[in-house]
Design a protein around this ligand. Structure first.
Ligand code: NAD
Length: 354
């Protein structure tokens, strides 16, 4: 066996504790920030106002306009508002959409971002930004958008509905799965990927039984942190390429699409990625992790077909073309025929095939 890798650590500060939100002003002190613009979605405006209350005069204002896939006009407005209010940073409280808005402001203005995640999507751990303009979603990597500080408070996830909790958790697992067979995989990230997956799988039944369970929420958010770090540190493959097309072009919901597609991509790739397969077998329990994940998602009541998410059968050809349009790394070569079969099974909700 030979071990060869390149590992580059991302400079981040993470505070993880039940009730950590109460100490959020300490993060501003630590970072030397005076006045931050608080960002959220309209649905989480109350939480954003609560955070602004905790910050007192260290809150420059609240902008509760974050939306899925970061529309460019919202990013523009948020950047203008931060300038008008004299903010020296943004504090994004919410899921990937809100943290994405903070990143878009950072990309334009260079202002630092503090992230307070309330889902398991993992954007807070990555230097990846996304922006949607004229119906097209562009993404890129830029160190300026990496949050300077992340405050994880599991209590904030207690309100995440069970359905979204499950799909958001599987969305997080997708980062771990693809990090395990990434071209830039490394031992430390693989450890995080396996442990993150294990933690999420162990927490989901507890969340389904009691969405306010402090223990289950804590373990799940811990797993999401690890999986987010995997996304930030490695290059994603076929699964993320497919989901980018499903979300960015067909506008399917982000976390549910990941949940439906992941077992199918894993089934396609796992024979070509034996080390990843072994790690996922340990984390998920079962010699065939793809089939195990497919069974688990349906036991957890998650969507299992792209059809139920609103995709038309004829859109399969569009996603195949988009997925194959630019080269990307994948442990197994991808042909149009294989991809069409994979997407047809994911569309109808059939069992994944190897
Ligand atoms: P989201 O941020 O769009 O949130 C979905 C909905 O749930 C929103 O209405 C939100 O207000 C609500 N919500 C969030 N947390 C809640 C809570 N605790 N209680 C009640 N409601 C809550 O969903 P998401 O899946 O976290 O993020 C998806 C977006 O993030 C996509 O656009 C995706 O591309 C992006 N993303 C980016 C990265 C990255 O590295 N750049 C990583 C993951 C996801």
């Amino acid at each position: 066996m030979s071990t060869e890798f390149v590992y580059e650590a991302l400079p981040m500060r993470v505070r993880f504790a039940r009730g950590a939100l109460k100490t959020v002003v300490d993060e501003l002190d630590h970072l030397g920030l005076d006045r931050v613009l608080v960002l959220s979605t309209p649905e989480q405006q109350d939480l954003a106002e609560h955070v602004a209350g905790l910050l007192g005069d260290r809150a420059a204002g609240v902008l509760a306009e974050a939306r899925m896939h970061v529309p460019a006009e919202v990013a523009h407005r948020a950047a203008e508002e931060s300038r008008r209010l004299g903010a020296d940073g943004c504090l994004a409280v919410g899921g990937g959409s809100t943290i994405g808005l903070g990143k878009a402001v950072a990309l334009r203005s260079g202002l630092p971002v503090i992230a307070v995640p309330t889902t398991y999507a993992g954007s807070e751990m990555t230097p990846i930004w996304g922006l949607t303009e004229n119906g097209e979603k562009r993404t890129g990597r830029d160190r300026r958008v990496l949050p300077v500080s992340v405050v994880y408070d599991p209590e904030l996830t207690a309100t995440l509905p069970v359905g979204l909790s499950v799909t958001s958790a599987v969305n997080a697992m997708a980062h771990a799965v693809e990090a395990l067979y990434a071209p830039d995989a490394s031992p430390v990230i693989s450890l995080m990927a396996e442990e993150g997956t294990r933690a999420l799988v162990s927490a989901i039944p507890g969340i389904i039984a009691d969405p306010t369970s402090a223990d289950a929420r804590e373990i799940a958010l811990y797993g999401a942190w690890l999986c987010g770090a995997c996304l930030g540190a490695t290059t994603m493959s076929l699964h993320h390429k497919i989901c980018h097309g499903l979300g960015g072009t067909l506008d399917l919901p982000h976390a549910p699409s990941h949940t439906v597609v992941l077992p199918h991509v894993l089934a396609y790739n796992q024979a070509a990625a034996p080390t990843a397969r072994a790690a996922l077998s340990r984390a998920l329990g079962g010699a065939d992790p793809a089939t195990r994940l497919w069974q688990l998602t349906s036991e957890w009541g998650a969507p299992t077909s792209l059809r139920e998410l609103g995709m038309e059968y004829d859109d399969i050809a569009t996603v195949v073309a988009l997925t194959l349009s630019r080269p990307y790394a994948n442990p197994r070569a991808v042909t149009a025929e294989d991809l069409t079969g994979l997407l047809a099974r994911a569309w109808s909700g059939e069992q994944p095939q190897h």
